[in-house]
Structures are given as structure tokens and as C-alpha cells.
Design a protein around this ligand. Structure first.
Ligand code: COA
Length: 261
């Protein structure tokens, strides 16, 4: 396991847990934290023992309260574009990870924090979770993919309301808007729920899991034809050993043993 300044990484039963750890700043993402997050996600791609990822925050109050505003004083037109593109690139790594990634949102998920949760494949919120894109109150806008992903997840009207008012919504409202998959009382309960979902997923064929993520992501891509990708993925599954194993196991009334090939 690598050592990080602002992240805690732990691994158990195939699950890599990444905890953003700058509680004194409500886990705000400064440049160091963002670079560490990138490195950590890249390791999750490469590490065969990691089958799924949970991202959460260490503070009792916050998941991630946004990008670090104290670093904004350096921003201008030129490096502002780079700032946005770098965040977009790292969040796309999360979204395109072929292993499931779940956010356990244990408090404020604001700005880049809300965008981080939305880059994950699923979100579990605790009762004290708040979601918001307050960037307009700072004279900027959500720029780590938030204008796109919030619209995809909650629809245009609700997304515009949140992004134009900059106001936060609480956990109940996030649940009814579809921004979180599940609402739980405490972070511990959220972690347990995330682990349960991941272990259900791990029972299935790894190639199929990755391909489903890929096909679903393609729904939102302008360059890709999601139906074509779906058909190609299906064809690839049909030539895999796991497909033979899954169907044979069903017919032989036994549990499948998938190998990811
Ligand atoms: N960037 C940098 N520092 C942040 C931060 C952020 N996004 N969010 C919180 N912090 C810091 C505060 O400056 C404070 O640091 P200090 O103790 O050194 O002064 C510390 O975290 C605690 O935050 P504080 O504001 O005192 O907590 P609170 O409970 O009163 O308020 C929030 C919580 C989340 C409502 C408030 O911190 C806030 O509005 N944060 C900014 C959210 C935001 O706009 N995010 C989007 C950025 S694009």
C-alpha cells in the first residue's frame, strides 16, 4: 500500500477503500489530494486483488466540501482551463473504471465533492449528507464534469435548480431526486451497505461487470454508439470462459466459479 498525505487507503476482501483525509478543511480537494486520488485510482485499475472501490471522507461533517478555494487565487483564464480539464480527466478515470466504485457520502458533498460522488457508479448517503454545487456563488461554475453528470443523474430541471441557486439539498431530497441510491443513518451503516452491494457484484462474471459499466457510460457519450458497444460487448462475452462457466453452472444447478477470462 502506498503512503498518501491526504488519503487513507485500505484493502480488504477485494475492496479498496479510499478515504479523503483533510478533516480540518472538510476534506477539500487541493492539488496534492487530487494527484493522490489519481494515483490511487490508477492502482485500483492495475491491482488484480482489487475488485471494487469505496470512496468516502474522514471528517464527521464532510465527504468532500469541494475543491480547495484557497488555491483559487492562482487561477486565470489559461490555467483555469487546465484546472478543469485535469479534474475532468481524474473523475473520468473513476467513471470509466471497469471495477464498481461506490461513494459513501458522510456529510457535505459540495462542488468538486458532489462531482466526485457523481463520478462514482453509485452513491450511498448518510442522514447528515448535503449535496450542492455552490460554484455560482463564487463566480465560477461546476467544472469537474458536474454540469454534465448532475444533469444526467437528476435531469435538467433539478440540475439547473441546484446549479443556478447554488443551494444544498439534504439527504432525503437527494434520495428522491435519484442522486443517492440508498439513504442510511450512519457512515458505518453506509460502509456496510456499500460492502454488501460490492460482494453481490463480485459473485458475477468480472468481464460482464466491466462491459456493463462501459455500455452504460456510452449512453452519455457523443462519440460512441452505445448500442454498437453493447452488441460488441455481448459478442466478446459469448467467447469468454466465464460465459461457458455461467451457463453450465446454471444448467448443472451449481454455483459458477468465474475466472474473469
Ligand atoms: N476549500 C477550502 N477550505 C474549505 C473548504 C473549501 N472548499 N470548505 C471548507 N473549508 C475550510 C474552512 O475554510 C475552514 O477552515 P479554517 O478552520 O482554517 O477556517 C474549515 O474548512 C471548516 O469549515 P467551516 O466553514 O468553518 O465549517 P462550517 O461548518 O461553518 O461550514 C460549509 C461548512 C461546508 C458550509 C462551509 O465550509 C463552506 O461553505 N465551504 C465551501 C463550500 C464550497 O463552496 N465548495 C465548492 C468549492 S468550488
Amino acid at each position: 500500500m502506498s503512503n498518501y498525505k491526504n488519503l487513507i487507503e485500505s484493502q480488504e476482501d477485494g475492496i479498496l477503500t479510499i478515504t479523503v483525509n483533510r478533516p480540518e478543511k472538510l476534506n477539500a480537494l487541493n492539488a496534492t489530494t487530487l494527484s493522490e486520488l489519481k494515483r490511487c485510482i490508477e492502482n485500483a485499475y492495475d491491482e488484480p486483488n482489487v475488485k471494487g472501490v469505496i470512496i468516502t471522507g474522514s471528517s464527521k461533517k464532510a465527504f468532500v466540501a469541494g475543491a480547495d478555494i484557497s488555491e483559487f487565487t492562482e487561477l486565470n483564464e489559461l490555467n483555469g482551463r487546465k484546472f478543469s480539464e485535469r479534474g475532468q480527466e481524474i473523475y473520468a478515470l473513476i467513471e470509466n473504471c471497469l471495477k464498481p466504485v461506490i461513494a459513501v457520502v458522510n456529510g457535505y458533498a459540495l462542488g468538486g465533492g458532489c462531482e466526485l460522488a457523481m463520478a462514482c457508479h453509485m452513491r450511498i448517503g448518510t442522514e447528515n449528507a448535503f449535496f450542492g454545487q455552490p460554484e455560482v456563488s463564487l463566480g465560477i461554475l461546476p467544472a469537474y464534469g458536474g454540469t454534465q453528470r448532475l444533469t444526467q443523474i437528476v435531469g435538467k430541471g433539478k440540475a439547473l435548480e441546484m446549479m443556478l441557486t447554488g443551494e444544498m439539498i439534504g439527504a432525503e431530497e437527494a434520495l428522491s431526486a435519484g442522486l443517492v441510491n440508498h439513504l442510511v443513518s450512519t457512515k458505518e451503516e453506509g460502509m456496510e451497505k456499500a460492502r454488501k452491494i460490492l460482494h453481490k457484484i463480485f459473485k458475477n462474471a468480472p468481464l460482464s461487470i466491466g462491459m456493463v459499466i462501459n455500455c452504460v457510460n456510452a449512453t452519455f457519450s457523443k462519440e460512441e454508439d452505445g448500442y454498437q458497444i453493447e452488441a460488441n460487448s455481448f459478442a466478446n462475452c459469448c467467447k469468454s470462459g466465464d460465459f461457458k462457466e455461467g451457463t453450465s453452472a446454471f444448467l448443472e444447478k451449481r454455483k459458477p466459479e468465474f475466472k474473469g477470462e
